[in-house]
Write a protein that binds this ligand. Structure first.
Ligand SMILES: Nc1ncnc2c1ncn2[C@@H]1O[C@H](COP(=O)(O)OP(=O)(O)OP(=O)(O)O)[C@@H](O)[C@H]1O
Ligand SMILES: [Mg+2]
Length: 284
């Protein structure tokens, strides 16, 4: 039996997996200002290794979606740069799969057609049967084979989110960007899809950047958790939000929802993040 992991502390981060390629995504001094005098955030720098799962946590309005949109190439930062695989991110690309909080499926197409549309865009030369086989594989992966010929209006919210996840995975992106993908789901459905997502990510060695408000979700899924503060007025003037801390998850990677709270280090990690959200994330 392997020894129990040491409790989390800044001095005792989780050792890096040697198979990961370091610095696959590089974010350098990113800032965004809609009003020049009041940047939402500034000087945000972090990196993601290939195969790493990173979550970002922070209160509403701190700029999480803005960062994700910059990484997706859908928005431009006011300052700083983001590089993926050595190239600056300058626009949307099929090398990055995005799952939004609302599913963003095309309502007039079936599940099969929605995903086939993405696959066709990614590999325009593929035959119809190759596309279809690929689509069926990814629909099966999220447990939706029986619903493959239904339209979004015939599916539950959880099923639609699963289609969004299958579509994002089906283009085999170099990086997956998830903006609170389970935010609108009930706890039971959320748990099931978290388990599915974790299994697929582990199986495919996918690199993932995910926004969540759910501390346990971050602890379950993430190798590292980025803690972000909101901009605030201080006696010295306005201070933009930013990345306050990067927390390494010390729990064994093969963890499950059911076992999470029995693991050594779980409560310490959870309390650390909750304390951040309660007392430091909006500190004046
Ligand atoms: N197009 C825009 N014009 C002006 N301000 C904007 C625009 N888009 C976002 N903002 C502001 O930028 C800030 C960051 O927004 P963002 O959506 O990135 O926050 P978030 O951290 O994702 O919040 P939430 O958790 O609520 O989704 C907010 O204060 C928001 O009001
Ligand atoms: Mg958001």
């Amino acid at each position: 039996m392997s020894p129990a992991p040491a409790a989390w502390s800044p001095a005792n981060p989780r050792p890096k997996d040697p198979a990961m390629s370091h610095g696959f995504l590089q974010v350098q001094a990113l800032g965004k200002a809609y009003l020049p005098s009041k940047p939402v955030f500034s000087d945000v720098s972090f990196s993601l290794d290939r195969g790493e799962f990173v979550c970002i946590i922070g209160h509403s309005g701190c700029g999480k979606t803005t960062i994700l949109n910059v990484l997706a190439g859908l928005d431009q930062a006011s300052s700083g740069h983001a590089f993926m695989d050595g190239r600056e991110i300058a626009g949307p690309s099929l090398e990055r799969g995005v799952v939004f909080q609302s599913h963003a499926l095309m309502p007039w197409l079936t599940v099969r057609q929605n995903i086939a549309f993405a696959v066709k865009s990614r590999w325009p030369d593929w035959s119809a049967s190759a596309i279809n086989a690929h689509v069926e594989k990814f629909v099966a992966l999220v447990g939706l084979s029986p619903a493959i010929d239904k339209k979004p209006s015939q599916l539950s919210g959880g099923m639609k989110q699963r289609v969004g996840i299958a579509r994002a995975f089906s283009i085999q992106p170099k990086m997956l960007l998830l903006d609170e993908p389970f935010g609108a789901l009930d706890a039971l459905t959320r748990g099931t899809i978290q388990d599915e997502l974790m299994a697929i990510v582990r199986q495919t060695q996918q690199t993932v950047f995910m926004i969540t408000h759910d501390v346990d979700e971050a602890i379950l899924l993430a190798d590292r958790i980025l803690l972000m503060s909101n901009g605030s007025e201080t006696p010295q003037g306005y201070r933009p939000g930013g990345l306050v801390e990067v927390v390494s998850n010390p729990l064994p990677r093969e963890r499950t929802r059911a076992s999470l709270h029995h693991l050594d280090g779980y409560y310490e990690l959870r309390n650390h993040i909750v304390d951040f959200l309660v007392s430091r994330a909006k500190a004046h």
